[in-house]
Design a protein around this ligand. Structure first.
Ligand code: SF4
Ligand code: SF4
Length: 344
């Protein structure tokens, strides 16, 4: 796309206004530095608009490293990259799945069924889950026999007053709050906090319908807007972290929650007409197409698991990957971006 605005926030807004924002979700709980560097390297070269990473300054630096390596490589390969992608950091309220970490309790009978079920290889043969790899998806819980149910979770508590300024200093430009919880009061308190950390930047609230009825969802968005005003982005999370399969059915709920926000808010109340809406939670290569077929407007698409899976077979650090594999991975990433944003 043609870059018109010179300020970063102006560019961010332009991308959203033109429905051209593609975000790779590296995972709020993903603290594997090598993987973050690889993902940001490949998806920057593919033309990705932004990345969502764990609120950890070292992870932000890994993302920055991947992006910078990609910008350097783009010159060498004569790939035109019109802008540097944005880095958003993800935080979450206790209870939200994006910021929980699984652990195995004493009930475990060592059947090992959870090991192959984990999409991030966080469960070794020792059955001690590696927290830095756990993204809280719950696939291990689903694999654990119902009579045993040995998977439990703890909230990944972070001291926001310490980590948020360091993350912003390391290169993050916006913050996303995962607010998939019922309690509106505590959510709004945290939201106000988040808002104060980036008084001049865009802030995103990620919402799903697990704990919120349609009316509650709309009320939550209105409350968020009363604090953030025009800095607000809503990420509509169909079924959080459910995008493993690539078909229409998997992405149905992601498009559906966006449809509700459009019908109940954006099309009804003039003040919300331009509210940026990102679709997520079950997104894959069919999301943009399904939304367009259903007449569901969106400003961008955020993809996590499916986007990571699309390039994972080539995974190597930027200095180790061969040009052939690099181009293969970039081509896969590019197809996913273009299919979502532009194809029918
Ligand atoms: S399956 Fe998901 S929740 Fe379980 S250990 Fe792996 S990443 Fe964590
Ligand atoms: S599936 Fe459940 S019982 Fe089996 S090894 Fe994993 S945690 Fe233990």
């Amino acid at each position: 796309m043609q870059v018109k605005n010179t300020t970063r926030i102006g560019l961010y807004k332009d991308l959203l206004a033109s429905s051209n924002y593609f975000k790779l979700v590296c995972g709020a709980g993903n603290e594997d530095k090598t993987e973050i560097e690889y993902l940001t390297y490949i998806y920057t070269l593919a033309g990705c608009s932004g990345f969502d990473v764990s609120a950890n300054p070292e992870i932000v630096l890994s993302a920055k490293k991947g992006i910078n390596e990609a910008l350097r490589k783009a010159k060498e390969l004569e790939i035109e990259l019109p802008f540097e992608p944005f880095i958003t950091i993800s935080i979450g309220l206790p209870g939200d799945h994006h910021v929980r970490k699984a652990f195995i309790s004493d009930n475990c009978v060592a059947c090992n069924l959870c090991i192959p079920a984990c999409p991030t290889n966080a469960i070794p043969n020792t059955l001690k889950i590696k927290p830095e790899l756990c993204i809280g998806c719950g696939d291990c819980e689903a694999a654990c026999p119902p009579a045993v149910q040995a998977i439990a979770y703890k909230h990944d508590t972070k001291e926001l007053n310490k980590i948020l300024p360091s993350c912003l200093e390391a290169g993050a430009e916006s913050i996303e709050l995962h607010a998939g919880v019922a309690d509106n009061e505590s959510t709004m308190k945290e939201w106000e906090n988040v808002s104060n950390y980036v008084p001049n930047g865009l802030i995103s609230m990620c919402l799903d319908r697990k704990h919120l009825s349609n009316d509650d969802l709309i009320f939550r968005i209105k409350s968020a807007m009363s604090i953030a005003g025009e800095r607000l982005i809503i990420q509509a999370d169909g079924i959080p972290m459910s995008g493993g399969n690539d078909n229409y059915n998997t992405t149905l709920q992601a498009v559906s929650i966006a449809d509700i926000i459009n019908k109940e808010l954006k099309q009804k109340i003039a003040a919300y007409k331009d509210l940026p809406l990102l679709i997520s939670g079950g997104t894959n290569s069919f999301t943009g197409s399904l939304a367009r077929q259903c007449g569901v407007a969106f400003n961008g698409i955020s993809i996590g698991r499916h986007a990571r899976k699309a390039i994972i077979k080539y995974k190597k650090s930027p200095s180790e990957i061969t040009n052939e594999n690099l181009l293969g991975a970039v081509a896969n990433a590019k197809i996913l971006i273009e299919k979502n944003l532009y194809c029918c």
